[in-house]
Write a protein that binds this ligand. Structure first.
Ligand code: SAM
Length: 286
């Protein structure tokens, strides 16, 4: 397999991301999706779902640090955290670094993603054994709509696959309204929202859906080199706060933590919310 390559095709199958692979380490069809793990030549181990890149050892820290610490640094309350999707465990790993979080629920539809990640990405799943973490293998949409009392969580993270198949419903106004109800009065939601350039899934519609559910909606980006086009956007939605409203009481704590992180620091956080004209237009921001 020495000259073999993995390629994910995107943007209506007109572009691609390619990685030279040393070995296919694992391949299976779970009830939900095809799960593959490759040993690559340059980006370490690579997890793909239905042929789409999810996690590489080279850059997973960017995505996972960003989702966890941007939300935590702004949050005034942070006792209970919910992550929908995210079966690789990377976002949980970052949240467990905050000792004052009491409960972290991970709701991943496909338990095989969790199990495969435990074998091949132990550095991502290390937080799953923390006593504050509950791993629930079920549909995040049903979970939030049918099982959760209003105000149950302070932070909700949507760490999903693309808006298609079982993840399509994670990008609707109905779902975002259900998240709003599940959040406490000062609650915050973050979600991955695709590439604003290669706008295959209708970014403006996703942000319109968010604006229908939350009074404060913003967007920011971070580079994820294995995702289509590398320029990746995230949504920050809140009942009360803006993305740059860092909690002044957490400054010392975040200052200390950021010395141990590889991507996140508070300067980057503030700057990430300054958007280009292009990005504003793509998300329909006035
Ligand atoms: N960071 C990745 C990305 O953007 O490419 C996402 C990583 S994570 C592995 C995405 C997870 O979302 C998948 O494991 C998938 O099974 C899960 N997922 C998709 N739809 C879901 C749903 N309705 N409820 C819960 N989890 C879901």
């Amino acid at each position: 397999m020495s000259d073999a390559f993995f390629t994910e095709y995107f943007y209506y199958k007109s572009l691609g991301f390619t990685a030279k692979i040393k070995k296919l380490l694992h391949s299976e069809e779970s009830p939900w999706q095809k799960i593959d793990v490759y040993e690559t030549e340059r980006i370490g181990k690579l997890l793909t779902l239905n042929g789409k890149t999810m996690v590489s050892e080279l850059d997973e820290f960017v995505y996972h640090e960003v989702l966890a610490h941007v939300s935590y640094a702004v949050a005034r309350q942070h006792r209970r955290v919910l992550i929908i999707g995210g079966g690789d465990g990377g976002v949980v790993r970052e949240f467990v670094k905050h000792p004052d979080i009491e409960q972290i629920d991970l709701v991943e539809i496909d338990e095989r993603v969790v199990e495969v990640s435990k074998i091949y990405f132990p550095e991502c799943t290390v937080g799953l054994s923390d006593p504050r973490v509950r791993v629930l293998c079920e549909d995040g949409i049903k979970f939030i709509e049918e099982k959760i009392d209003p105000g149950s969580y302070d932070i909700v993270i949507i760490d999903s696959t693309d808006p298609e198949e079982m993840a399509e419903g994670l990008f609707t106004d109905r779902f975002y309204k259900a998240i709003n109800r599940a959040l406490s009065p000062e609650g915050i939601m973050l979600a991955q929202t695709e590439n604003p350039f290669l706008d295959e899934f209708g970014l403006k519609k996703i942000y319109d859906n968010l604006r229908a559910a939350f009074p404060s909606v913003e967007s920011f980006t971070a580079p994820i080199i294995i995702y289509p086009g590398a320029y990746w956007s995230f949504a920050f939605a809140s009942k009360k706060f803006r993305g740059t409203d860092l909690n002044p009481h957490k400054q010392a704590q975040m200052q200390k933590l950021q010395q141990t992180l590889r991507w996140y620091n508070m300067d980057w956080h503030r700057g990430a919310f300054a958007l280009s004209n292009f990005h504003r237009k793509q998300i329909g921001q006035e």
